[in-house]
Design a protein around this ligand. Structure first.
Ligand code: PEP
Ligand code: MG
Length: 754
């Protein structure tokens, strides 16, 4: 049954729209379960009715006609309650309704399973047979597994099959895809879809200008694949049996076959680029082979995919087609990394849309640092048809509009204008301190991982760099930067920021910050080998980095060094030992440097509980609320599915941060907050009241937070903190703070649009 499940899912993934998806599902289920009817019922948009959307076995005339309320019938029951029903003789059940002309008069056994996606019932899969006997457990389990595996594909197909998203559709009504806000701002531009070389489905259609060149590229890729296969064959010739040899020969034949080559070339002639042409050829043949009853022939579908992927990957890595990014590029992809961002010329990048990740993912953080609006968790959008379309990415509300109607474009252009107006107004605060109306000052610093420009406006408006994520310069290279390359990067930042302080954090890779040249594959990367764990296991990396930081500070006094992801005192002690060794070596080499301050990040719950022991050993503490929230609430910061649970205003987060702030006061050690929470107006007031020494945030948030701090008195903030600490729910804290921000005239910062 598992194999059947795998094949159905594979085939469904090749379908273009809801109709195709459902046709595949019902016909495959009917065949594999040997039932008399398999059907899919879809919940209508009013959520009160459902309709027979596809069937293999019932009367096809009833499709789209058989419509009932969810209060009616057995299927209505399945949809309403979300419970599977397995009934030996449905007509004898009180809930059964016989719908004339539906074709189920002779059917007795009934198995209905709900199809649920993100807590919403989309519809029900129903199988029926004449024989009056309940379905056995294995069949029920198979149907339930199928329903849960296919729910995402059905939800997705439902969206892309919406007439709104078909070419030439009437787009006068405002419709959008609802995703997750990643980085604030609105981008209006042209989608440029990035695709993965290991996934056909992610390849967008793309018009080509020169058909002959494209065919040449394709043929080249095919011949490279054939050469690779032959080379593999000859290097293994001693160990291969005759049968294996024949298989390699067959692969070469397949790669050169009419099926693959001529059909793809035919599609290129129609104006599509080679990748998409190949995608369609492979899809078509996978379906055709999968349909065959002969097991051996069905397995050939896998061979075609395999060969196709090899050609595809050659096309992908071929450097021959220079990439032309649109003027206002909205980069769209499954998972956008720092490298891909860095490839787009800075003047052309307008926005980001990522299928994976959430607002605390590092891409979102990077986007905020660069001031680029980003929408995350766009897994409900099919990217294939988006390429080169006009798109609006609303990073405030997490919305995507594709080929928006004029009315939407006008509205968003107005928002963009208002945004730049607000920016201008905030400019007036640039040189003023973040000081409350009763004279309490708070340092506002910036988080960055990019080079800080000497003339940067952010330098004027903030008090230094509170967190320099050194992993970003590591991520955009193709190998580990050596000591002198690192010295260059760090020195530029230290010099540009002086005399203000800079906190350089030691390498914090792992989790969602992979290094391509240092691959680590783990089942649970957030809890795995990351941050200080990597650098303590590789002291050569740590020592090189520490020495580079120290040498970069020559003649300057503004360096602090921060260790990430510390979970126990042994790690802290080891890191400090390496630090001392680095100082010793650098001084031995003749550098007369000032000993920098050393800090530990508090971003693991254990560190909160050990904050006192940490405070005794370091010069300062820095609370990483992004990871702290993730670990306190057990919510993966990159997982769009659980984004609603990721809440920096959760009472547990507020209380944990408050505890660390109190420890800092007790031991007279500065406490900085360097997670994204610092840049949230509602949280900033509470952090101010906790008495933290500084807030470090994305440069684009500084002016707004300065405005917030200047709009409150410390006394009022303390009162609000005391009230917030009594609350038991995150939403109560949020409501309390939003109301206060509104009353302080700062509503514009929390309302959609700003
Ligand atoms: C944090 O976890 O809050 C933090 C600042 O570090 P990063 O986001 O880089 O993991
Ligand atoms: Mg962190």
């Amino acid at each position: 049954m598992l194999e059947v499940l795998r094949r159905i899912i594979q085939e469904v993934n090749t379908a273009h729209d809801l109709d195709q998806v459902l046709s595949i599902i019902v016909s495959k289920i009917r065949k594999s379960m040997a039932v008399d009817a398999a059907s899919f019922y879809l919940v209508e948009s009013n959520k009160k009715d459902f309709v027979l959307r596809k069937t293999d076995g019932l009367n096809v005339d009833a499709v789209n006609e058989l419509r009932l309320s969810i209060d009616q019938g057995l299927t209505g029951f399945v949809i309403r309650t979300g419970e599977t029903q397995n009934i030996a003789c449905a007509p004898k059940d009180d809930r059964y309704i016989n719908v004339p002309n539906s074709g189920d008069d002779t059917l007795n056994a009934y198995l209905g399973v709900p199809v649920i996606y993100q807590r919403m019932v989309l519809g029900a899969l129903v199988v029926q047979r004449k024989e009056s006997r309940q379905f056995n457990e294995e069949r029920v389990a198979f149907m339930m597994a199928l329903a849960s595996q296919l729910a995402g594909a059905i939800a997705h197909a439902k969206i892309v099959s919406d007439p709104q998203y078909s070419l030439g559709a009437d787009r006068s009504k405002e419709k959008y895809f609802s995703c997750i806000p990643g980085a604030p701002g609105v981008a209006i531009g042209t989608a440029f879809v990035l695709y993965s070389s290991s996934d056909f489905n992610s390849v967008p259609d793309r018009k080509i200008e020169n058909i002959d060149d494209e065919i040449k590229l394709f043929k080249n890729a095919v011949s490279q694949v054939c050469d690779d296969i032959k080379e593999m064959q000859s290097s293994l010739s001693d160990v291969l049996s005759d049968e294996d040899h024949a298989l390699f020969d067959a692969y070469v034949l397949l790669a050169n076959s009419d099926t693959l080559v001529n059909e793809t070339i035919g599609r290129i002639h129609q104006g599509n680029w080679a990748q998409a042409a190949l995608r369609d050829t492979i899809k078509e043949h996978t379906i055709r082979f999968n349909e065959m009853s002969d097991e051996y022939m069905r397995e050939r579908a896998d061979d075609i995919r395999e060969i196709g992927l090899r050609i595809f990957s050659k096309l992908h890595s071929g450097k021959s087609t220079p990439i032309k990014y649109p003027k206002r590029t909205i980069l769209v992809g499954e998972e956008i990394g720092a490298t891909q961002l860095a490839e787009v010329p800075a003047k052309r990048i307008a926005g980001i849309i990522s299928a994976k990740g959430s607002n605390s993912s590092h891409v979102a953080i990077l986007a905020r640092a660069m001031g680029i609006p980003a929408v995350m968790g766009a897994s409900n959008v099919s990217f294939g048809w988006l390429d080169q379309c006009e798109v609006i990415a609303d990073g405030y509300q997490g919305r995507i509009y594709v080929q928006p109607p004029p009315i939407v474009r006008i509205e968003y252009s107005r928002l963009v204008r208002e945004e730049s107006q607000l920016k201008k107004e905030l400019k007036g605060l640039r040189k003023l301190p973040a000081e409350t109306s009763d004279g309490v000052k708070l340092k506002l610093m910036m988080n960055t991982g990019l080079l800080v420009d000497e003339k940067s406006t952010h330098k004027v408006e903030c008090d230094g760099v509170g967190l320099y994520r050194t992993e970003f310069p590591f991520m955009i290279r193709s190998s580990f930067p050596n000591e002198s390359e690192q010295v260059d990067v760090y020195r530029k930042v230290l010099k540009a920021t002086a005399p203000n302080p800079v906190t350089l954090r030691t390498l914090d890779v792992g989790g969602d910050k992979p290094l391509t040249y240092f691959p680590v594959s783990e089942d649970n990367p957030s809890l795995g080998w990351r941050g200080i764990r990597v650098t303590l296991d590789h002291p050569e990396i740590m020592i090189t980095q520490l020495k580079a930081m120290l040498k970069a500070s020559l003649g300057l006094t503004n360096l602090s060094i921060l260790f990430p992801m510390i979970s126990n005192l042994e790690e802290l002690d080891e890191a400090q030992t390496l630090f001392e060794q680095a100082i010793f070596e650098v001084r031995q080499e003749g550098y007369e440097i000032v000993t920098p301050k050393i800090g530990a990040m508090i971003e693991i719950p254990a560190a909160v509980l050990l904050a006192e022991s940490f405070a005794k050993r370091v010069d300062f503490l820095s609370i990483g609320t992004n990871d702290l929230t993730q670990f306190l609430l057990a919510v993966d910061r990159n997982n769009a599915r659980v984004v609603k649970l990721y809440d920096s205003l959760h009472p547990a987060v507020i209380r944990a941060v408050k505890h660390v702030a109190d420890v800092g006061k007790k031991y007279v050690k500065p406490v900085s907050v360097c997670g994204e929470m610092s840049g949230y107006p509602a949280a900033a007031v509470l952090l101010l009241a906790m008495g933290v020494s500084s807030l470090s945030m994305a440069p684009t948030s500084i002016a707004k937070i300065k405005w917030v701090i200047r709009s409150f008195s410390y006394k009022k903030a303390r009162r609000l903190l005391n009230t917030a600490l009594e609350k038991e729910h995150g939403y109560e804290i949020r409501n309390l703070m939003f109301k206060e921000l509104e009353e302080a005239g700062l509503g514009v910062l929390i309302r959609a649009g700003h």
